[in-house]
Structures are given as C-alpha cells and as structure tokens.
Design a protein. Structure first.
Length: 377
C-alpha cells in the first residue's frame, strides 16, 4: 500500500503499542478458582506446571509469581551473589538487571548484535572474568539465542546460562547448552496469566531447589504444612508462588496458544512485507523460529518520528532505554557503542493479536509518511 494512501483516521487497534488478549473463558476460570477458595499455589498451579511441561516438551516447570522473581531464584540457585558477576546485555527491561543487583552481584553489561538486539557468543566470551558466575542472555522480541559455540568453555569455568525468555514463550528451540529458562506470563506477553512466570530448570535437583526457594525456603508443601504442627526452613527464599487464580487464566491461554502464535506470526509478516525495501527504516529481525513478541524498527531521527506518530494517536514506544546508562546502575557503566547507537534509533510499532494484517500495513504506511515528513492524506 503506498504510504500516501493512508487516511487521517487512526484504527482503534493501533492506538496502543500492546494490549492483553483474552479469549473469553478466562473470566469463568478465575471465578471457579475464587469459589474453590485456594488463593495461593494450589491445584490449578500444579496442573498449569504439568501442562506447560507437556507443551514445551521438558521434564518439569516451576511456576512463579513473575519472571523477575524467576530470574532472581534461578541466579541464586546457581550461586550468584556478592563477589560474582553476571554477563547481561544492557538492551533489556530493568527487570532483567534488578535481580542481579538484589543478590549483591555485579552486572557486566555487553553489546548486542545490531540486527537482532540479542547477544552473540563472541561478545559473551570477551566479557568473561574470573568473577563470572552466570550469563543472562535476553531473547529480545522472542528470538532464540544460541550459545552452543562457547558451551564447552562456559561449562569448564562453571558459568551457568540463565535465559531471560520473558518475550519468547512458544519460540522454537534447537539443541543448545544446558540452561535454565525463565518465561513471563505478564499482561501483554504471548501467553498471559495476567501476572506470573515460570522457570524451566536444568535438572530435577534444581526444580526441587526452586520450589523450596519460591516459598521462603520452606521444604514442605502447603498441603503438608496444614496437616502437621511444624515445618522446616532450610535455605534462602522469597514469596514467589503463582496464585491459583492466575494459573487458571494461564491454563485457558495455553489451551489456545497456537491460535495466538498464528495471529502474531501473521502480523509480523504483514509488517515485514509492508516495510521490505523501504528507505530509512530497518526491521529488527525476530528470526524464523520466534513467536514474535513485538515489532521493532530502527530509524534515524527516531524522536521526531516518535512524536509525529504519537500525535496521530499511534501507540509507538521505545523498548528499552539501555540499562548501563541508568542512574541505578551507574557504577557498572562501560562503553557500549552498538547499544548506544541502537538506543537512539529503535522504535516499537503497535503489535498485539487484536490487530489485523491490514492494521499493520496501515501503521507501516504511517511510519513511512512520518519518515518522509509527509502529513496524513
């Protein structure tokens, strides 16, 4: 569609960058969970864990209250703490970094690849120090990150991989190094439980450790605790369980996840086709194996384009300002030229399953008009 053919009327679906997508039965599932009277981790959460494991083809899944909590617990379980470092990209949400700092460790920020905004093995290798305890790759936009090229080196140094896959539920995975993977089920994720997350552990022992840690280090289950006169606290922990009400929503979402994945894929393809070959705009590649979480482009004069499109009521955004330049993490700042250049150019276009391919094509046309300095026709 020629850019000049767009109308002045902004479709309702593109007024927001993202929005929750519910199928309808979630409300009834929540009501049933409320009526059952189990508001902490209960039967719905147990079933959700089992169904997630089956869908992902893994032995076990540990549900948690958020991906942030999941990252915190996974890092702590592999020995991250004072005196250690975690290699992590700066280009991510602050939720990736705060657990590192909360554990008393140091984030060692690295650059990402320009075309994907994801880290590559060589950048990780160059950042390793004697204090490195973990690598925390971020699957930006849903794109899998493969660190198999340095797997042997990481293993020999006892460096663990903990993936921030908050944006990557459903993305296809190839054989990769042993890793712990953390998903988010927040409001606008590919699969939502309204809030929540899950950890895919590397082993049964790690699963047991995570289950203990997600409930304050207490070793016995809630069912067992109410049947006895005491319980045992054996180690560190947080209150990080996923409530049954949220698990009930997640189960409804999981049952229809393939539908959402198809909608997101079709939307991504519509954007890619509409922007193919366009001057002055580069689409950040999510890869063929991703269930896309967002649609991010790189444009010159980003702030001007952002302002023009927001003035038109189009829900563009920026995901995310780099963390190595944030005041809270200033003591770990180091030069990251690729990240800093991308930070001046990235723009997130409206992207959620309530949009249609026509909405994507309309938004692409509006973007091209903004880049050309044209007014809406």
């Amino acid at each position: 569609m020629p850019a000049s053919s767009i109308s002045t009327a902004t479709p309702d679906a593109v007024r927001r960058n993202a929005r929750p997508y519910l199928h309808g039965p979630e409300t009834a599932a929540m009501a049933a969970a409320v009526e059952a009277g189990q508001y902490g981790h209960g039967p719905q959460a147990d079933l959700f864990e089992q169904e997630l494991a089956h869908y992902l083809g893994v032995p076990d899944v540990v549900a948690v209250s958020s991906a942030t909590v999941g990252i915190h617990l996974a890092l702590q379980a592999c020995g991250v703490g004072p005196g250690t470092e975690v290699i992590v990209p700066s280009q991510t949400f602050a939720a990736t970094i705060q657990p590192i700092v909360a554990l008393g460790a140091a984030p060692r920020f690295i650059d990402h690849a320009p075309g994907t905004l994801c880290v590559e093995p060589q950048a990780v290798r160059e950042a390793i120090t004697p204090a490195t305890r973990a690598v925390l790759p971020v699957l930006y936009g849903g794109r899998p990150v493969d660190l198999s090229a340095i797997a042997t080196e990481l293993r020999s140094r006892n460096i663990h991989i903990v993936e921030d896959a908050a944006q990557a539920f459903g993305s296809r995975r190839t054989d990769q190094p042993a890793r712990t993977t953390v998903y988010s089920f927040g409001p606008i994720k590919q699969l939502t439980a309204l809030v929540g997350g899950a950890v895919v552990p590397r082993s049964g022992q790690e699963a047991e450790t995570l289950r203990q840690m997600r409930f304050l280090g207490i070793t016995s289950s809630q069912t067992d605790r109410i049947r006895t006169t005491t319980y045992s606290v054996r180690g560190p922990g947080l209150r990080g369980v996923l409530p049954d009400i949220n698990a009930a929503v997640g189960r409804v979402q999981l049952a229809r996840f393939n539908e959402v994945a198809a909608l997101r894929t079709a939307l991504w393809k519509a954007y890619a086709q509409a922007l193919h070959g366009a001057s002055g705009v580069a689409l950040v590649d999510a890869g063929e194996d991703a269930v896309p979480f967002n649609c991010v482009v790189r444009v010159s004069g980003r702030d001007r384009v952002h302002r023009i499109m927001r003035d038109r009521g189009i829900g563009v955004g920026v995901h995310y300002p780099p963390n190595h330049l944030q005041p809270a993490f200033a003591q770990w700042t180091r030069p990251l030229p690729v990240t800093e250049q991308a930070a001046r150019e990235i723009l997130s276009l409206p992207f959620h399953p309530a949009m249609t391919p026509d909405d994507a094509r309309w938004t692409a046309g509006a973007l091209l008009d903004a880049l050309a300095g044209r007014s809406a026709q």
